[in-house]
Design a protein around this ligand. Structure first.
Ligand SMILES: [Mg+2]
Length: 326
């Protein structure tokens, strides 16, 4: 591997702490890799580790990037999936046809979802994702009932408890949702990692679609990427080398739901390159996450990410916003 690489670090603060079940996000850190193509143009890739999702640490990523920028002939190690993704993305030249992508609107946990759902629907969103497993089950079911009533029948929901439900709670939800099956796009990772066989059994009984998310993390997740029949939530920047990722995901393209890891505009463009290479992928993508107030993203703020929107995302500009490494 030859060429000249450099990298910079970013650290972003969530304007308000962002709550998912079992976790409050306050800061997001990562690296942007720049590949000098030698003709005045540059390629960019994002390295955005989340160690609790089975990736390398920031420290390990930085140590590798330091070494790699000094000697780009060293191999990309598969145990550093985010580095593999970012470096490979910086060298990738997109030959696939670009497409527009529908975006699923993101609702906050709890009662706040009600107000925002109406706004999102008025803005044209037809798929809404709601984080659950934050309040108690009875309260969340009451809110969801209101959400169904306040939105047209054609709007569908993704429920995401981030693996926090017990089996008993999951069964209670399945029973509750039976009359509303047409309003549910899927339930995302209802049970914790290692409960995949139980989820598969309940899928068969319930007729609801169940997506895997956390179960796909790390090397263990490879099995479910191949074997799971329902939707697959893919956080591309955590999943290794871009080119081999295209080959791994191609047979599963119709099941794929690309999802944000709170990356910058660089990571978004990297993921869209991957999506472009999988023309059968047809589900709304989970990128309604431009919540940061810095200049490392554009705010999309609408239910369709059009080809023309990508022109507004400038990796050169993002790079210039970042300080040199100290
Ligand atoms: Mg999820």
């Amino acid at each position: 591997m030859l060429g000249k690489f450099s990298f910079k670090a970013y650290r972003r603060t969530f304007p308000l702490p962002y709550q998912t079940s079992g976790r409050v996000w306050r800061e997001r850190e990562g690296y942007i890799v720049r590949f000098d193509k030698g003709d005045g143009r540059f390629g960019y890739g994002e390295v955005a580790p989340i160690p609790i999702f089975g990736t390398e640490t920031l420290f390990a990523a930085r140590a590798f990037l330091q070494e790699f920028t000094e000697d780009p002939s060293i191999d990309l190690p598969i145990d550093l999936p985010c580095c593999c993704f970012g470096v490979a993305s910086s060298m990738h030249s997109n030959a696939a046809q670009r497409r527009d992508y529908p975006i699923a609107g993101l609702l906050p946990a709890g009662h706040k979802a009600l107000e925002l759902a109406t706004v999102k629907v008025a803005n044209g969103y037809r798929t809404l994702k709601w984080k659950v497993g934050v309040l108690n089950l009875v309260d969340e079911q009451a809110i969801l009932h209101d959400l169904f009533n306040k939105t047209p029948d054609t709007v569908v929901f993704r429920l995401d408890p981030n693996g926090s439900w017990s089996e008993q709670e999951f069964v209670q939800w399945i029973n509750f949702l039976q009359p509303f099956r047409h309003r549910i796009d899927f339930i995302e990772q209802p049970l914790p990692v290692n409960k995949e066989l139980i989820m598969a059994e309940l899928v068969a009984q319930s007729g609801l679609d169940i997506a895997l998310d956390e179960s796909l993390n790390g090397l263990e997740g490879t099995r479910w990427l191949c074997e799971w029949k329902g939707p697959l939530v893919i956080k591309a920047p955590l999943m290794g080398d871009l080119d081999s990722l295209v080959e791994r995901l191609r047979p599963r393209a119709k099941q794929i739901v690309f999802s944000s890891v709170f990356e910058t505009g660089v990571g978004l463009l990297n993921t869209l390159q991957l999506a472009d290479a999988l023309p059968e992928m047809n589900r709304a993508i989970g990128f309604d996450t431009s919540i940061f107030l810095d200049k490392l993203n554009i705010s999309i703020g609408k239910p369709l990410l059009a080809i023309s929107d990508r022109i507004n995302i400038s990796p050169d500009y993002i790079w210039k916003q970042l300080p040199d490494l100290s």
